[in-house]
Design a protein around this ligand. Structure first.
Ligand SMILES: [Zn+2]
Length: 110
């Protein structure tokens, strides 16, 4: 069974549905399509311990950064109606394929 391609794109505003950060909103910083994962600003922070490496001028310490989350655990926040929503696709008169909000039918891609 193949996983459907996530309709979430970079710079989308999304809300987290499950896990430690459930209910948080953020902007999508990066999409990892092969793995079906996304990195969302301010969501799923992990601490990474880094060893100092003087030869490469790397200081040791703890770095906090976002880790990816499964894209099925986030949902788009519609820029038109503000609701969290599923995404549909439709073709415009000019032939462009755009994403739309299934709730208000507003076009997500401008
Ligand atoms: Zn909408």
């Amino acid at each position: 069974m193949s996983q459907p391609v996530s309709a979430i794109k970079k710079n989308d505003s999304v809300i987290v549905l499950t896990g430690r950060d459930a209910g948080k909103r953020g902007r999508v910083l990066r999409v990892v399509p092969d793995k079906g994962r996304v990195i969302v600003e301010g969501v799923n922070f992990i601490k990474r311990h880094t060893r100092p490496n003087p030869q490469r001028n790397i200081k040791g310490g703890i770095v906090e950064r976002e880790a990816s989350v499964n894209s099925s655990n986030v949902q788009l926040v519609c820029p038109e109606c503000g609701a969290r929503t599923r995404i549909g696709r439709r073709r415009l008169d000019d032939g462009r394929s755009v994403r739309y909000c299934v709730k208000c039918k507003g076009v997500v891609d401008k």
